[in-house]
Design a protein around this ligand. Structure first.
Ligand code: KG4
Ligand code: ZN
Length: 330
């Protein structure tokens, strides 16, 4: 089996995935949400200290399985540098002790692999990554041949949900609570402008929306529910507009929608409709594996292990903002 470790942000996670049938045998996450909630966002040093505490606790739970591990897959980029370092240090210590290789896994590739949990992988696969750190469209021809077709010019979609929640005093992380309030709101109350609407450019931008939301909140004339519903609507409409241009151009057969924000049911239903229009099969992961987890890292690690696609030297590098493995689409 492959051991996966994920500590790129504020979730301490480990997982075991069986190499032969790709089944997730073990997964556990210790979320630090409550610890960061009081600060209204992730505090990097606190996240790092908590990983240092939680990862050994989690490893204790699988100590009897350690002799069966063939490699340690660990998120090495991108993410909070102090958090990545904790996962990588644990992985290195284990790799030395067990005399097995380390497989560095790019976090975004990991998210893409969340649709392959317990399954065989296939390529090419295109997908939308919507998370706290990213809003990107990527395409993978193979485990190593990955192209980024679009990304955010400023904030990510998850960040914008988190910032709205902060402005409305709803706590952290914002996505789930904004989605919850939006269910009881009227999404047509506030006409937020859809970003980059009049351009065919496939790119994302969420910082303007944040300012528009701030001005609306300062007016104090709308309920939190209506603001959340209208905000969620425009965030998703922006994604749909850009995905539609991408679909018309690239005509993918399958399209993965992954990352923390893909836990949003409103987004899922709208993406399903859009995919139907273009006869594309949408791929999602179970709701519990949409946000950061180590199963997707271990699952990606299985493919790397089987195809021998890892370089021992790169395992020693950690990159906070690297885009190294991805080509930019022209
Ligand atoms: O993938 P993830 O766990 O971490 C990163 O790689 O960034 O994504 C976390 C993000 C947070 O911004 C959180 O607010 C958002 O995912 N999120 C959601 C929902 N659940 C989590 N956003 C909208 N609706 C949700 N239900
Ligand atoms: Zn993530």
């Amino acid at each position: 089996m492959i051991l996966g470790i994920e500590t790129s942000c504020d979730d301490s996670c480990i997982s075991l995935v069986k190499i032969s049938n790709k089944k997730t045998l073990f997964h556990k996450k210790i979320s630090q949400e409550q610890d960061h909630n009081v600060y209204g966002g992730v505090v990097p040093e606190l996240a790092s200290r908590l990983h240092a505490k939680f990862i050994p606790d989690l490893l204790q739970e699988i100590r009897h399985e350690l002799p069966k591990i063939k490699a340690v897959a660990v998120t090495n980029e991108p993410g909070l540098i102090l958090s990545l370092a904790q996962g990588l240090m644990a992985a290195k210590a284990l790799a030395i002790e067990l005399n097995v290789p380390i497989i560095p896994v790019h976090h975004l590739l990991g998210h893409l692999y969340s649709v392959f949990l317990d399954k065989e992988s296939f390529f090419p696969l295109f997908g939308l990554i919507v998370s706290g750190g990213h809003t990107s469209i990527i395409g993978a021809k193979s485990y190593t041949d990955i192209t980024e077709y679009a990304s955010s010019m400023d904030d990510s979609i998850g960040e914008s949900f988190d910032k709205l929640a902060k402005m409305l005093d709803l706590g952290y992380p914002g996505g789930p609570v904004v989605e919850k309030l939006a269910k009881n709101g009227n999404e047509t109350t506030i006409n937020f402008t859809v970003p980059l609407k009049n351009t065919k450019q496939i790119a994302f931008s969420y910082s303007g929306l944040k300012n528009a939301a701030r001005l609306t909140i300062e007016q104090n004339t709308h309920s939190k529910e209506d603001i959340c519903a209208s905000f969620q609507k425009v965030c998703v409409e922006h994604l749909l507009n850009k995905c539609e241009i991408f679909f018309a151009k690239m005509r993918p057969k399958h399209f993965a929608i992954v990352g923390g924000v893909s836990a949003n049911i409103y987004l899922r239903s709208k993406m399903i409709n859009l995919c139907q229009k273009y006869k594309i099969t949408p791929l999602f992961t179970d709701l519990s594996f949409a946000t950061d987890n180590a199963a997707m890292i271990a699952r990606a690690g299985v493919d790397a292990f089987l195809t021998n696609n890892f370089n021992k030297k790169t395992a020693l590098e950690i990159e906070a903002n690297s885009r190294k493995p991805f080509k930019r689409a022209i």
